[in-house]
Design a protein around this ligand. Structure first.
Ligand code: OFO
Length: 165
């Protein structure tokens, strides 16, 4: 049985992941509205992945006989200054999520909760990948600068991303 403190922390993380989903869904709509369908696709895939991250915790809690307590999801922003700005905000958000995961791992250690400690390793790896993806796109956007052609080429690239459940 999971300790109360861990149940609460994991319920909070479900909320963090669902907020991430909400944020990226909002960014997907923003990109769609400014005519960058490839960027919109990338964010839509990210939205689905974040929902999966939340559901993975949800299923873990249920498997441990824990209570699911869904919390209110905060309203995300709906516009950004530029694609670069949106991705800078994405990276900043992912760094926050990495911190949340690290805190959960610390808590699992403190409570000697081996099962949750093990469960969280997947999230540690996932965060490394998420931050790396964002940095890569930020680097490209910085190189592109004001070039419309460059932006459209990157848009084509990001249109290739597919959701793998
Ligand atoms: Fe769930 O990794 Fe992003 O937030």
């Amino acid at each position: 049985m999971l300790k109360e403190k861990m149940q609460e922390a994991l319920n909070k993380q479900i909320n963090e992941e669902l907020y991430s989903a909400y944020l990226y869904l909002s960014m997907s709509a923003y990109f769609d509205n400014v005519g960058l369908k490839g960027f919109a696709n990338w964010m839509m895939v990210q939205y689905k992945e974040e929902t999966d991250h939340a559901m993975k915790i949800y299923n873990y809690l249920l498997s441990q006989g824990a209570t699911i307590k869904l919390l209110p999801i905060q309203q995300p922003p709906h516009e950004w200054e530029s694609p670069l700005h949106a991705f800078q905000e994405t990276l900043k958000h992912e760094q926050h999520i990495t911190q949340c995961i690290n805190d959960l791992v610390d808590l699992a250690e403190e409570l000697k909760d081996r099962a949750t400690y093990n469960f969280l390793q997947w999230y540690i790896d996932e965060q490394v990948e998420e931050e790396e993806n964002d940095r890569e796109i930020i680097d490209k956007l910085e190189l592109i600068g004001d070039s419309k052609n460059g932006l459209l080429m990157l848009d084509k690239d990001l249109a290739q991303r597919v959701y793998v459940p």
